[in-house]
Design a protein around this ligand. Structure first.
Ligand code: HEC
Length: 277
């Protein structure tokens, strides 16, 4: 008997749906099984819509906003950045296979030589440096704006993150541990809200999004505004919500967390630059 709903609370770890010693693919499958069993009416692909998938009214509002998004100007600004050649005449497109189309789902990946996780934003910065430019700050608005266009080139691509070496597995496990361990003054784990409580009941007025799908739709624009929020900026907000000190954006912990979250979203379709409450 698989104890999918068994709660293992020990050593500060909160493992709702997954086992402590399971591999990435077992984790992904266990999470999918956990959610699809709990919510048989929500289609797997709809998990990319996060909490909206559990609230038809909010989903209708989302569709309305997305039919004429107030933040198109920001995405256009990102396109301008993407199309502007470096001093040497080359463009960002030259740094990526397929001119940067359908690549975002392959990130983050683990670079065995460097011994660390490389996010798409790290790759953008590597491209800048390779072409004589300076890297953007990983928490900067610039990288978010560039992201808001570049990632749309991968809309519809299925998340396809790989964990293929001992180093990669260690980074994945570290991300998993960060996700499942309780932290902060409120002593919550990411999993408390995004596994156990995901899909309902509401936390104050919020429905909580499930972990699967969470990494597929970045960056977002919140509250009808034009300010871009990257995935790691969102993580930072959640760390602060539970009164934990957020790790540095672009640092090992954030990147490993993104690696774990992206892996368990494998197979789900990406859609960049969406509205969120
Ligand atoms: C106290 C509950 C709580 C905890 C703990 C928490 N979050 Fe959140 N998180 C929220 C709320 C509320 C939202 C906004 C509603 C939503 O989309 O889930 C959110 C949103 C998110 C989103 C965006 C989802 C989307 O579709 O836009 C991500 C990603 C996320 N959280 C990741 C994390 C990670 C990683 C951690 C652990 C560091 C974490 N959260 C811890 C409450 C929490």
């Amino acid at each position: 008997m698989k104890k999918l709903l068994s709660l293992l609370i020990g050593a500060g770890l909160l493992l709702g749906a997954v086992a402590a010693n399971a591999g990435p693919e077992q984790d992904r499958e266990a999470l999918i099984k956990y959610f699809t069993t709990k919510y048989p009416n929500v289609k797997l692909d709809d998990y990319v819509n996060g909490a909206l998938a559990f609230d038809p009214d909010a989903m209708a509002q989302y569709r309305e906003i997305m039919s004429f998004p107030p933040f198109v100007g920001t995405i256009e600004q990102g396109k301008k950045m993407w199309d502007t050649p470096f001093a040497n005449g080359k463009t960002y497109a030259s740094c990526f296979p397929n001119g940067g189309k359908d690549v975002a789902g392959n990130y983050p990946y683990f670079d065995d030589k460097a011994g660390k996780v490389v996010t798409l934003n790290d790759a953008i910065n590597a491209c800048r440096v390779a072409n004589g430019g300076k890297p953007y700050g990983l928490a900067s608005n610039e990288i978010g704006v560039l992201d808001s266009y570049m990632r749309t080139l991968s809309d519809g691509m299925k998340m396809n993150v790989k964990v293929q070496s001992p180093g990669a597995l260690a980074a994945y496990e570290n991300g998993k541990k960060i996700f499942f361990s309780r932290k902060g003054q409120l002593n919550f784990a990411c999993a408390t809200c995004h596994v156990q409580q995901a899909g309902g009941p509401r936390l104050r007025s919020d429905l909580l999004s499930p972990v699967i799908g969470q990494a597929t739709h970045w960056p977002v624009f919140r509250g009808g505004g034009t300010k871009v929020v990257t995935l790691q900026q969102r993580y930072k907000g959640c760390f602060k919500m539970i009164r934990a000190v957020p790790p540095k954006i672009g640092g090992t912990e954030m990147n490993d967390l993104e690696y774990f979250e992206s892996y368990v979203s494998n197979g789900l379709p990406m859609q960049a630059s969406v509205f969120r409450k």
